[in-house]
Design a protein around this ligand. Structure first.
Ligand code: SAM
Length: 286
């Protein structure tokens, strides 16, 4: 097991995970134990047990999901598109190696098939093994795991999916292209004529440039584009954004269709998440 010490610091006899957010911002999480640490061909993959957030997935020193708040992100990136589409049968997840998004999609009985295209098999392996609070140790036979770059995979799809969920890491390293215009254009092609997509579009507090660019790109490709938000404590700034692009269906009255078990999403959240803070609304021009 290789442990990259640059992300783990011993301070006064305690072990801390140090997450460098940006030049002038660092977050520290006290670590109980390093459960797994390994360099894959794509990134450094770690599971650390933290005092506040429990077992946590860390890629290249950046927290991806934690046992305590991972459900917030995973419920929001899945239930909004799946409720917006009246009959989602074929779903594609790009990234999502912690399996939390796939786990939520499996709650929909009408979904017949889920392709999960993750570049790094090691992320899936360690998440299933050590991050069961998030992954649910996913073994639903509707899920097909494909270990490939998501950008290459979507290029070869045509009118295949009802819903595409881009559950990517930050726009650096292997995920950089998952924020590009060409990639969203290929997703548009991969969707059926009434299909829709969603992606995580970063923090409205710290990455407004990424959110604005994502919203503009998706608005160019889809007649319906909407941004919604959730609060995820372990993501920088807390407030997190998602952008939905839809060819036909509008994300309206989702609360009327809500009948699932969840820890974060409820009827009120389904209405409130589309009400954006004033500064965000103004920056996006919506
Ligand atoms: N919820 C998380 C967040 O917002 O930080 C992201 C979850 S998930 C762990 C992100 C996954 O995207 C990672 O497992 C990573 O390996 C995968 N990924 C990055 N680039 C990719 C690519 N080009 N194709 C497919 N998967 C990719």
């Amino acid at each position: 097991m290789s442990t990259k010490l640059e992300w783990l610091k011993e301070i006064d006899g305690q072990l801390w995970l140090v997450e460098d957010e940006k030049e002038n911002l660092r977050l520290y999480y006290r670590v109980k134990e390093v459960i797994h640490a390994e360099q894959s061909p794509f990134q450094h993959v770690m599971i650390v047990d933290t005092y506040e957030f429990g077992p946590t997935l860390v890629l290249d020193g950046v927290i991806q999901t934690t046992s305590r708040d991972g459900h917030i992100y995973n419920e929001m990136i899945t239930h909004i598109p799946l409720l917006t589409h009246p009959n989602p049968k074929r779903v594609l997840i790009i990234g999502g190696g912690d399996c939390g998004a796939a786990r939520e999609v499996c709650k929909y009985a009408q979904v017949e098939h889920i392709d999960m295209v993750e570049i790094d098999e090691l992320v899936v392996k360690v998440s299933k093994q050590y991050l069961t609070e998030v992954s649910g140790n996913l073994s639903d036979p509707r899920v097909r795991f494909i270990y490939e770059d998501g950008t290459t995979f979507v290029k070869n799809q045509n009118s295949t999916y009802d819903v595409v969920i881009v559950d990517s890491s930050d726009p650096i390293g292997p995920a950089e292209q998952l924020f590009s215009y060409e990639f969203y254009r290929d997703i548009e092609q991969a969707l059926k004529p009434d299909g829709l997509m969603v992606c995580q579009s970063q923090s409205p507090i710290f990455h407004m440039d990424v959110l604005k660019q994502t919203y503009e790109r998706i608005s160019k490709l889809f007649p319906i584009a909407r941004v919604y938000q959730a609060v995820v404590p372990t993501y920088p700034g807390g407030l997190w954004s998602f952008t939905l692009g839809s060819k036909k269906y509008r994300p309206e009255q989702l609360e009327d269709k809500w009948n699932k078990e969840a820890k974060y999403v409820n009827k009120g959240i389904l209405k409130a998440c589309f009400h954006l803070p004033e500064s965000v609304r103004q920056a996006l021009g919506v």
